[in-house]
Design a protein around this ligand. Structure first.
Ligand code: 13P
Ligand code: SF4
Length: 388
């Protein structure tokens, strides 16, 4: 037992994120074949047996937001950066089963060899933020920058949370991928190559890194809205900005507000506020510590017994930390349930199904990026992996 207070459930808490009415963004929700029932009491044993049968042929990667029932079968857990590194470092595994979301599995496919296959146990595990920048919108934005005469001095930087097509665009135009654990280094690299940055698709990570980590001002940033002509900006605004932030965000981290932070501090003046950089700028400015999921875990590992923490990131991870550190007071920064519902789509039945299909000699839900896109995207990913 821990002192963790479960946040209240709301009617909307488990709604699918993203544009649920847009079938194109769902990437198919069918699970070909027989999905085991969630009530099957043998699921844990079936997963264990299937993994054992596959031996070294399979490597299971698990993002920190995955459910406990899934994470127990991960060979490695990590943030997006660590998982990308790990995928690239396992050339012996024929199958990489990615317990995470679609853009992570795409990146793993790009970074693994032709002899390897990346499997996503549920094809509907997307990311609403990644869906907020489409290739045609980004090409339009680049044309706007060309027209006002600044494309030549602009370096595109994309957050890992983007489709392979966006990573391909960035690689083609000489840019770099970043994650929440290396955004500052990636931006410094970009400013060594050019004068301006186009940052895709998370406005908050871009703004928070520029202002909090690198000392720029909010006036150096403009917001490009892909649904408006010229991004809703004047030509001079595009010309003068140091960074052009794409108007994308994470719906999960958008739930944490300044009011949540103030309430936590009112209830416990000793509390440490620890948040993910996908939170809004005002939340990040009001927090004590900011970092990736791996950073959040390390901060809790290093925390003093008895210290108090309110964490602004996805609930599966926060609850796992509260269970792991019963000697520390760990709370969830929001009062209501806040899962990443697409991450949550990968449950034990889907994992068992995927592993048993592999045992049967069938490879389900393979994530494949076409070679032209992959080769440009690999350039942008390799630049990130080579950052000092
Ligand atoms: P991390 O790279 O910090 O794990 O973040 C990934 C993510 O999707 C957070 O919403
Ligand atoms: Fe995407 Fe947000 Fe879920 Fe991360 S938490 S995978 S950014 S929707």
């Amino acid at each position: 037992m821990t002192g963790f207070n479960e946040p209240a459930s709301t009617q909307t808490a488990l709604l699918l994120l993203g544009r649920g009415s847009d079938a194109g963004s769902e990437r198919g929700v069918d699970c070909p074949g027989e999905l085991p029932a969630p009530s099957d009491p043998d699921l844990v044993e079936r997963a264990r047996a299937a993994k054992e049968a596959l031996g070294g042929n399979v490597f299971v990667l698990g993002h920190h937001y995955q459910r406990d029932e899934v994470i127990q079968f991960a060979d490695v857990t990590g943030d997006s950066f660590k998982l990308a590194q790990q995928a690239a470092a396992r050339p012996d595994a024929e199958y990489i089963v990615f317990c995470g979301v679609h853009f992570m599995a795409e990146s793993a496919d790009i970074l693994t060899g032709d002899h390897q296959r990346v499997v996503l146990p549920d094809m509907a595990a997307g990311c609403s933020m990644a869906d907020m920048a489409t290739a045609s919108q980004v090409e339009q934005c680049w044309e706007d920058l060309q027209r006002v005469g600044v494309a030549d001095v602009t370096v595109p930087v994309t957050y890992m949370n983007s489709t392979a097509a966006i990573k391909g665009f960035v690689g083609r135009e000489g840019g770099i991928v970043c994650t929440s654990s290396n955004a500052e280094r990636a931006l410094r690299w970009a400013y060594d190559q050019g004068e301006k940055v186009l940052f895709l698709p998370d406005q908050h990570l871009g703004r928070n890194t520029m202002v909090r980590e690198m000392g720029y001002s909010l006036d150096d940033c403009v917001l490009y809205n892909p649904h408006k002509p010229n991004g809703g900006l004047t030509d001079d605004e595009l010309r003068n900005a140091k960074i052009i932030l794409w108007k994308g965000h994470c719906s999960v981290h958008g739930r944490f507000t300044l009011a949540c932070v103030e309430e936590m501090r009112r209830v416990d003046p000793e509390v440490n506020i620890l948040v993910h950089p996908e939170c809004t700028h005002e939340v990040v400015e009001a927090a004590d510590y900011v970092g990736s999921t791996e950073y959040i875990i390390k901060a809790l590992e290093a925390a003093e017994p008895g210290s108090s923490w309110a964490i602004g990131t996805e609930l599966n991870l926060v609850r796992r930390l509260a269970n792991r550190f019963p000697d520390k007071k760990i709370s969830f920064l929001d009062k209501t349930v806040c899962y990443c519902s697409t991450m949550n789509r990968i449950d034990l039945p889907h994992l068992v199904w995927a592993l048993e299909e592999l045992v049967a000699g069938r490879v389900p839900n393979v994530i494949t990026v076409d070679e032209r896109t992959a080769s440009y995207a690999r350039e942008a990913l390799d630049r990130m992996l080579a950052l000092p």
